[in-house]
Design a protein around this ligand. Structure first.
Ligand SMILES: [Zn+2]
Ligand SMILES: [Zn+2]
Length: 587
């Protein structure tokens, strides 16, 4: 082996983790390494160590080429199977292939393979009919102990969430039905930057002008519709022009500038404001040949500006890029990291990479991916300890000036519990189970079990749980019922008695009395309010009304309260917490 290709310590760790995992398990695994970490070297080393046939799949020919070249740099020979590269070799021990070409020629993959490696594996969907899954299925027919390893910088997709289920550091992400079972190794971007493996980004606030997309409606993933974005941008041509003027000014001392536009129309407009001879525009519609030529000229520094609409986020590698201008909105930390990652490759004489966000994304590059769409622009990742198992969860939320979590959007603890000795685990093979502590929950009216706030059937007794929307609709139909959108609660104490006043948004009031001196009422109060104390971060069993009064700031308030008319008063019947339905949420 050539000494030049000695693995970096973390690359060796990733290789070791893979060997370790597949020695004990056939379940699909993922390695997460940031862009620029040298995934192709990890792939090359695994391919070198493999004794039997292996297949390295990816979705773009550039990556097929890169991975193959890295492998051959070991002095080994591997095959390429890619229509785009005009080579269809499948007889080597190691084949580097594009997923489309393999899919179209499945009959040429009838041999027994021991390992499939998927680069950029966040593109694999859980859907059985996808190209990747069909290939894996076919290869499993030849070898039911086939191993599947994915590599990616971004193990999260807006549409699917996390691509794996279990993390080796002892937590769980999401439910069953993920394309990969285990994440077996992961390094954060900041590690790579701090160790000098990547260029330091110089994050600068846009000084002149920036877009404000915040008024546009978002889809369920927190992203905007192209049409809306175009409409907004067409009204702000002056903003675009002054942004580009600043980009050109700052680019005087830069070598390669990448500009990420919001839409194709926007990219064209941006291109118009740039010096024509030094600028290339690449969109999804750019012909492959033109695209290759433009990228080549950019890499040779004949062109200085490369404008694109998120088509150059993976498989594109121009180490000299030292200025990234972001003119597109996104809520995705992963996508943001991919974009910035284009400028972080090491290059001779490169000190840092200038990164300017003109779209007001306020994404912190070093924040972890939370795994849920950002609920509102002010949210930030917060650490929430589980009162059940102590696991440090990362959820969207808010902190006060002392760093205390005052609000969070977490639902269920993500910690993994080791299987108890001889316990009756529902999971196969004594697999660790997800901690069942819930920060937010709906109580099953039949058996009292705590369920996710979106659950339709109880996970314990399987019976239907009433949908809060139905509950509200039914109540609104009744003449003797009152429904208020609760804006807040206030308390009054009279000896052992605690009176809760629910304040409606329109000034209505409902009252409810709990005598905490009586064991039965105390239990009901604690089940409803004590259990949800401090966003479920510190459930409490109160013993007196005074104690509740003292800590009232952290008492939860419901979003809706439903009451029924009795002879002389309104009796509270339901308190709807954590409402996520179509009726507007109370403020
Ligand atoms: Zn827990
Ligand atoms: Zn139940």
């Amino acid at each position: 082996m050539n000494a030049h290709f000695k693995l970096r310590p973390y690359q060796q760790e990733a290789v070791d983790a893979t060997l370790d995992h597949f020695r004990k398990s056939d379940e699909a695994a993922v390695i997460v390494l940031p862009t620029g970490a040298g995934k192709s070297l990890v792939i090359a080393e695994l391919a070198r160590l493999a004794k039997r046939k292996i297949l390295v799949l990816t979705h773009v020919k550039e990556l097929v080429e890169q991975n193959h070249a890295k492998y051959e740099s070991y002095g080994l020979t591997g095959g390429i199977f890619s229509a785009g590269l005009k080579r269809k070799e499948s007889h080597h021990q190691v084949t580097f292939a594009s997923v489309q070409s393999v899919s179209a020629n499945l009959d040429q993959f009838r041999d027994e393979y021991s390992l499939v490696i998927i680069d950029e594996c966040h593109r694999v969907s859980g859907d059985d009919t996808s190209q990747y899954q069909r290939i894996i299925e076919l290869l499993r027919q030849q070898n039911d102990a086939l191993k599947v390893l994915g590599l990616t910088a971004t193990p999260y997709r807006l549409a699917m969430g996390w691509i794996y289920r279990y993390h080796y550091r002892g937590f769980v992400r999401g439910e069953d039905g993920k394309p990969f079972q285990h994440c077996i190794y992961e390094l954060p971007l900041s590690y790579m930057i701090n160790r000098g493996y990547l260029t330091r980004p110089e994050l600068v606030n846009a000084a002149v002008a920036q877009y404000d997309f915040s008024a546009l409606p978002r889809d369920r993933f927190g992203e905007y519709a192209e049409q809306d974005v175009n409409q907004l941008l067409s009204k702000h041509k002056r903003v675009t022009r002054s942004i580009i003027e600043q980009v050109v000014e700052l680019a005087a001392e830069r070598h390669g500038v990448m500009i990420f536009a919001a839409t194709v129309d926007h990219a064209r407009e941006v291109t118009d404001y740039l010096p024509e001879r030094e600028t290339a525009l690449i969109t999804g519609a750019t012909d492959q040949k033109d695209r290759d030529l433009l990228i080549q000229r950019f890499k040779q520094r004949q062109l200085k500006y490369l404008v694109n609409v998120s088509v150059l986020t993976t498989g594109f590698d121009a180490p000299h890029v030292d200025f990234i201008a972001i003119l597109r909105p996104t809520q995705s930390v992963s996508l943001y990291q991919q974009i910035v990652g284009r400028g972080l490759r090491l290059d001779e004489g490169k000190q840092e990479c200038l990164v300017i966000d003109y779209a007001g994304n306020h994404v912190n590059l070093h924040h972890p991916e939370v795994g849920e769409p950002k609920p509102n622009p002010d949210s930030e990742p917060v650490q929430v300890f589980c009162p059940g198992c102590g696991f440090a969860n990362i959820f969207w939320g808010k902190t006060d000036s002392d760093g205390r979590v005052i609000e969070h959007f977490g639902r269920r603890c993500q910690g993994l519990l080791e299987p108890s000795e001889g316990g009756e685990s529902a999971e196969p093979k004594g697999r660790p189970q997800q901690c069942d502590y819930r920060f937010r929950f709906k109580e099953c009216p039949h058996c009292g079990a705590e369920n996710d706030i979106a659950a339709r059937n109880c996970h314990e007794c399987q019976k239907a749980i009433i949908d809060p929307d139905d509950q509200l609709r039914d109540a609104l139909k009744l003449k003797d019922a009152m429904v208020i959108r609760c804006a807040g609660i206030s308390l009054t104490v009279d000896g052992s008695k605690l009176r809760i006043t629910y304040h409606g948004e329109d000034g209505e009031e409902l009252n409810e009395l709990f005598d905490l001196g009586k064991a039965g009422q105390r239990a009901v109060f604690n089940r409803i309010f004590g259990r949800r104390f401090a966003n479920g971060q510190a459930p409490k069993a109160f013993s007196s009304a005074d104690e509740v009064f003292e800590l009232q700031a952290l008492l939860p308030a419901p979003d809706f309260v439903i009451a029924r008319k009795q002879k002389h008063y309104w009796q509270v019947q339901e308190r709807v917490f954590d409402y996520r339905g179509r009726h507007r949420k109370a403020y």
